[in-house]
Write a protein that binds this ligand. Structure first.
Ligand code: FAD
Length: 371
């Protein structure tokens, strides 16, 4: 039995970031990952954006509070910038005018654009597609792989351990410690953090802890060539105001397309559905002059939501030493730095107000999800 202060289950961005923060605070930490490669599931499949005006209030607070980390990571965390400026262009076809007005009224740093201004910025927009638009200029791409690796390095530098091929398949509480059995050995610690992404409720049930109603939802993505004669590298991310599709510029004149689907399913190694791939192309082609002759790459990932779509960060009510770091939905990358600091503070018994995160802690309290 390997004994440690804290066991974190799941080495996606949620688990890697909180494990690194806890190790940096001087605790001995073991990070258990079911797969051979950390980041194999949702973390390795994201669109990698930081958009302030996205998600519920707690996600927006955590996104804003993470900005400093992305722009100025700790010394030695990465050897190149984690961010690349990328505006977000929201197009409103006829019928989405009310949603556009609400977006402009509620959004921070959003400004309206006419159809002509939108087309000047992104000339492949089909004339007549949009009756209006909103732009959020202050947004950026995140180098997710570098962020994730940076946290794993930070964990190891603080004497934390990452154990792969270590699916927690039995969890019990004995003598004030959580005991976790895995194919890579048995581990025990007084504190366990559930950062298992789509498997968050599965891990809780294994431990005899009440689930919080997590729903994994499939989101599909594909990579195609950008339109001939254009270099999408300089384009904003573009989509409709109703979030029924988006196109994200990639390196080598490529575009990532998504139908922004949300299909509930059981946690598993999710693959894209042909219909969703076709929908993504169809919706993008309605908006953009974009011939698609070949799909270069296709994938899907599970975005996992709580019933109210806020995150779940903090202690499980009535369960000694069991903490949630779950429900990251579509904002787990952009919230990771602040969410990890918040979760670490709660595990260490520190006041989230000292981080300026008292409101986020209240909104993300997993206790709200238990009857
Ligand atoms: C197409 C797409 C686009 C997205 N775009 C964005 C974006 O632009 N910006 C943004 O912020 N977010 C985005 N997201 C969401 C973001 O990717 C997720 O919120 C985030 O990656 C979730 O991280 P996680 O660590 O919770 O989950 P995961 O990365 O899935 O990690 C959970 C880990 O737990 C492990 N695990 C499960 N059960 C066990 C067990 N019993 N024992 C040990 N290990 C276990 C799994 O193997 C897995 O590695 C997007 C997601 C998708 C799919």
């Amino acid at each position: 039995m390997h004994r440690t202060d804290i066991i974190v289950i799941g080495a996606g961005i949620a688990g890697a970031s909180v494990a690194a923060e806890l190790a940096a605070a001087g605790r001995s930490v073991v990070l258990l990952e079911a797969e051979s490669t950390p980041g194999y599931h949702t973390t390795g499949r994201s669109a990698a954006l930081w958009i302030l005006n996205y998600g519920p209030r707690d996600a927006r607070i955590l996104t804003g509070a993470s900005r400093g980390f992305f722009e100025t990571p700790p010394a030695g965390f990465v050897d190149h910038p984690l961010t690349h400026r990328r505006a977000v262009l929201n197009l409103a076809p006829a019928g989405q005018e009310a949603k556009l007005a609400a977006m402009l009224a509620e959004g921070e740093g959003m400004r309206p654009l006419s159809e002509a201004e939108a087309r000047a910025l992104l000339p492949a927009i089909r004339p007549g597609y949009a009756v209006g638009a909103a732009i959020e200029e202050d947004a950026f791409d995140i180098d997710v792989a570098a962020l994730h690796q940076g946290y794993l390095r930070m964990l190891r530098a603080a004497h934390g351990q990452v154990v792969t091929d270590a699916r927690a398949d039995a969890i019990g509480r004995r003598g004030g410690a959580w005991e976790v059995a895995t194919p890579a050995g048995a581990f025990a610690a007084p504190v366990l953090v559930d950062a298992a992404g789509a498997w968050g409720d599965v891990v809780a049930r294994l431990a005899g802890v009440a689930p919080i109603g997590l729903t994994p939802m499939r989101r599909t993505a594909l990579l195609v060539d950008g339109p001939p004669g254009h270099d999408p590298a300089t384009w904003p991310l573009v989509g409709d105001v109703a979030h029924s599709w988006y196109a994200r510029p990639e390196a080598r004149r490529k575009l990532m397309l998504s139908p922004a689907d949300e299909t509930p399913m059981e946690p598993h190694d999710v693959q894209p559905d042909e219909l969703d791939l076709a929908l993504a192309i169809d919706r993008a082609q309605a908006a953009l002059d974009l011939p698609v002759s070949r799909i270069e790459h296709r994938w899907a990932g599970l975005r996992t939501f709580t019933p109210d779509r806020s995150l779940a960060i903090g202690p499980a009510r009535g369960e000694d030493g069991f903490f949630w770091m779950a429900g990251q939905g579509g904002y787990g990358i952009q919230t990771a730095p602040a969410a990890a600091k918040l979760c670490a503070a709660l595990v260490l018994g520190r006041d989230p107000a000292a981080l300026g995160l008292a409101e986020a802690a209240r909104l993300a309290d997993p206790g709200r999800l238990i009857a």
